[in-house]
Design a protein around this ligand. Structure first.
Ligand SMILES: C[S@@+](CC[C@H](N)C(=O)[O-])C[C@H]1O[C@@H](n2cnc3c(N)ncnc32)[C@H](O)[C@@H]1O
Length: 212
């Protein structure tokens, strides 16, 4: 009996739900990656790693992140996982948040030694069109309503079926309305979605959706 699209979607939803349940107790990632400069928190990083789990995903993850900063969340996703792991970063918030290309390159080099193979393209995500379908997309660049909505609309045609959409800083003003607008404009209807709260340790709030 062949696996149907509905079966795949159901299985992916189950895996995502399991990853969310386990992430707060998860201690997979090496200290060296956790100690790199970055935003977010351990359970978000552990979740990204579990969402890209190389053992359970077939085909392997095609992970894309907008807003790679110093590479920590990208490397967390890639660590000991199979697939392609790409980040976009143009350092436009360098004066506000810090971050620089040399420190990023050092982290990517160290990540490779630790078993996290990832690449960062240094340009505006608005000019990037992925060459392969994206199975896990993490948006962590500018947290305005317009940028969040635009990113969801921009990435929609490149999403695999099924795919997982993750948006950081859900409780930062503008992100939630931007996400809702983006999903609506892109006509994306999640099969399942979670709004994970800052009060439960999910950084500034995190959205996770499974898209058909
Ligand atoms: C919050 S930081 C990312 C944190 C990182 N994901 C982590 O967990 O450590 C946001 C980054 O997005 C970058 N950024 C904002 N808008 C961008 C754009 N249009 N294209 C590329 N990078 C952008 C900023 O330069 C900044 O370094």
């Amino acid at each position: 009996m062949s696996v149907t699209v509905a079966d795949e979607l159901k299985a992916r939803t189950f895996l995502v739900e399991y990853a969310i349940d386990r992430a707060p107790f998860s201690r997979r990632l090496p200290d060296e990656i956790l100690a790199m400069g970055g935003f977010g928190c351990r359970q978000v990083l552990e979740l990204l790693n579990r969402l890209c789990d190389g053992i359970t995903l077939d085909p392997p993850a095609s992970y894309l992140e907008f807003g790679a900063y110093l590479g920590r969340s990208l490397l967390a996703a890639a660590w000991h996982n199979r697939g392609a792991f790409i980040g976009l970063e143009d350092f436009r918030q360098r004066h506000q948040l810090g971050g620089d290309p040399v420190a990023l390159a050092d982290n990517l080099r160290r990540g490779r030694e630790l078993g996290a193979d990832a690449a960062v393209l240094e340009h505006d995500w608005r000019r990037y069109r992925p060459a392969t379908d994206v199975s896990v997309f993490f948006y962590d660049a500018e947290h305005s309503a317009d940028a969040t909505a635009a990113a969801v609309v921009h990435i929609a045609p490149f999403l695999a079926h099924p795919s997982v959409l993750v948006v950081d800083d859900l409780e930062v003003m503008g992100v939630y309305p931007g996400l809702v607008r983006g999903l609506d404009e892109a006509r994306l209807a999640p099969r399942a979605q979670w709004e994970l709260r800052k009060a439960d340790g999910w950084h500034e709030g995190l959205y996770v959706g499974v898209l058909p």
